[in-house]
Design a protein around this ligand. Structure first.
Ligand code: AMP
Length: 190
């Protein structure tokens, strides 16, 4: 089953995904990590993505779909895949639906926190794409391009919201509970 992790930059979904994957033997795929790896290795794709990421803009849907598509076929039966940072736009979401096995996206977890908290966390993190201008652009890109996915997945009956201005372990408990419920009974999400 694929669980899509949605949420603004800085909400902590990467931290949550890593923890849940390590503790439960699930697979974690972060498109941000894949892109940063391309940048670090100096590949052609990495060079293209680097400036876009530093500005706080989104990398093109075509590049992102190509990057994720190959990795979906490798998903063993019964395995849980935590998709962190993908999809980030409606075209990416529809591409995922076409490429993934039928009904594969069983859950979309929407991590939420106030903008003030997100900005503080991002600026404290100090990554190359965490300058004040880039942070503002990334939050704007989230509102404009990614947030419509909340309605998209709600419409498909797979959305769950997780308030994320809380302790890491409390958020983690909610994440794991949601996943276990849906794995037991795929119609459990309301
Ligand atoms: P993240 O680590 O998920 O915050 O991603 C870091 C940056 O990588 C984002 O600000 C985007 O520039 C780029 N990125 C990651 N995933 C995607 C995606 N699915 N679509 C477009 N850009 C992405």
């Amino acid at each position: 089953m694929i669980a899509v992790l949605l949420g603004a930059p800085g909400v902590g979904k990467g931290t949550q995904a890593k923890l849940a994957a390590a503790r439960n033997g699930w697979t974690h795929l972060s498109t941000g990590d894949l892109l940063r790896d391309e940048v670090a290795r100096g590949t052609e794709l990495g060079c293209q993505a680097d400036a876009v990421m530093k500005r706080g803009d989104l990398v093109s849907d075509e590049i992102m779909v190509g990057m994720v598509a190959g990795r979906l076929h490798a998903l063993p039966d019964g395995q849980v895949l935590l998709l962190d940072g993908f999809p980030r736009s409606l075209p990416q979401a529809t591409a995922l639906e076409v490429r993934a096995p039928r009904g594969a996206v069983g859950l979309a977890l929407y991590f939420t926190a106030p903008d003030r908290v997100l900005t503080e966390r991002l600026l404290a993190r100090g990554r190359a794409d965490d300058t004040r201008e880039a942070v503002a652009r990334r939050l704007a890109a989230f509102r404009e391009t990614t947030e419509p996915l909340v309605a998209y997945y709600r419409g498909r009956g797979v959305l769950r919201e997780i308030p994320s201005d809380r302790a890491i372990e409390e958020i983690q408990k909610d994440l794991v509970r949601c996943l276990r419920e849906v794995r037991k009974d795929p119609s459990a999400v309301s």
